[in-house]
Design a protein around this ligand. Structure first.
Ligand code: LMR
Length: 399
């Protein structure tokens, strides 16, 4: 019966991470998947999360189903984090927010919703974008196109080309934007560029779908969400997908949220209802544990302060690692290639390494980056940065 089923070629990120786990070489370095490791190379359990978890275990109780929309305190605190505690749209009750199974779950629920209620609309994602964006949106039945984004020559942004193309899209098209720490390139729009994009989205009557998986890893929690607030204030039809995988180091708990900013509270309530029906059709309701942890940290003054401080330390460590590999590559690769490590922001740098260099890095040096050349700089530490720099220098020089 199943003879015709072809083999799965694997996922460019998750399958590579699984290959890394099986690699027996003791000197292996994982710079493939977007996971933050600390300076000891360990996946951190944040102190605030540990404390919230101990308190939860002490008060362990019965575990019924959550509502289809998720845990109310989680939805409330997630919404405030994304849109700002004093957001006008929040005060007016016109944002529909629901708990999702990670950021990917938010994208999928949002994609299903758009496919159902905007069947003629297509989506445009950046070229390049997170490898799974195309998979999720095509999986929901949407046609996926790209807009110009990354400039391979300079390691920067093709902003003029990007805005020109977005300015010519059909009305009601969906534009997928990265709030901060662009995945995979680490190249973001400046505040001035966001301000230039907003009237274009408005004039073309486009729907902005903002993916914010790295809030707090760019310039700070508030700064990284500034574009979301700018779009909400401009009354652009706006959908956001956010994730707590990275900024809470809670990858496996799958904590995300989807928000839709509506015209008024009545519209938000109808939209929320339809999002709930999408959830029911997929997985009924989300899980409890991670949502309780996040909600309890975000709503408790002391835990929240501790979380924010630890997140700032993680952000600063990433910057230090960028500086370290930049220094390690001095005189060993050309300056355009080297400058990217300090010019780009967040967890990722687009190294400019080609496929055969990436392959040599893995085969000969046990250093894993994605086939596209994306490196997760959050996997570097004081012990491996020099080794990674030497390995890159070797494959670039062809030695
Ligand atoms: C990544 O981009 O590496 C992460 O977001 C993990 C994933 O699911 O792809």
């Amino acid at each position: 019966m199943f003879e015709h089923i072809p083999a799965y070629p694997g996922d460019p990120i998750l399958s590579l991470n699984e290959d890394f786990q099986l690699d027996p070489r003791p000197n292996k370095v994982n710079l493939s998947i977007g996971i933050y490791f600390d300076d000891a190379g360990k996946l951190p359990v944040m102190d605030a999360v540990r404390r919230a978890e101990s308190a939860l275990l002490d008060a362990i109780g019965p575990r019924s189903y959550l509502p289809m929309s998720g845990l109310p305190l989680y939805r409330e605190t997630a919404q405030a984090l994304v849109f700002g505690a004093n957001s006008e749209a929040r005060a007016a009750g016109r944002i529909a927010t629901l708990q999702t199974i990670g950021g990917s779950g938010a994208l999928k629920v949002g994609a299903d919703f758009l496919r159902r209620y905007f069947p003629a609309s297509q989506i445009w994602i950046s070229d390049p974008s997170w490898e799974n964006h195309r998979v999720v949106f095509e999986g929901a039945g949407l046609t996926v196109n790209t807009y110009p984004y990354y400039d391979e020559e300079t390691g920067g942004l093709r902003f003029a080309d990007m805005i020109d193309m977005i300015g010519r899209l059909p009305e009601r098209s969906i534009v997928l934007l990265h709030a901060c720490c662009h995945n995979p390139t680490g190249v973001d729009l400046s505040t001035a560029q966001w301000a230039e994009l907003v009237p274009v989205l408005q004039r073309r009557r486009l729907i902005a779908f903002v993916d914010m998986a790295y809030q707090g890893f760019g310039a700070g929690l508030e700064e990284d969400a500034a574009c979301v607030r700018m779009l909400a204030d401009a009354d652009i039809p706006l959908i956001t997908a956010n994730s707590f995988s990275k900024n809470f180091s809670l990858y496996g708990e799958r904590c995300g949220a989807l928000s839709v900013v509506c015209k008024d509270a009545g519209e938000a309530s109808r939209v929320l209802g339809q999002l709930m029906s999408t959830v029911r059709a997929n997985y009924s309701n989300p899980p409890t544990h991670g949502a309780r942890l996040v909600a309890n940290v975000l709503s408790d003054t002391s835990l929240r302060a501790s979380w924010e401080a630890e997140l700032a330390t993680m952000r600063e460590r990433i910057l230090a690692m960028r500086g370290m590999i930049h220094a390690g590559l001095a005189g060993r690769v050309d300056e355009v290639m080297r400058a990217r490590y300090v010019a780009q922001r967040g967890m990722f740098t687009y190294t400019g390494l080609n496929e055969s260099q990436v392959e040599r890095l893995r085969n000969e040096h046990a250093v894993y980056v994605l086939r596209s050349g994306r490196m997760c700089v959050a996997g570097l530490n004081a012990r491996n940065a020099d080794y990674v720099a030497s390995s890159i220098a070797a494959v670039v020089s062809g030695a």
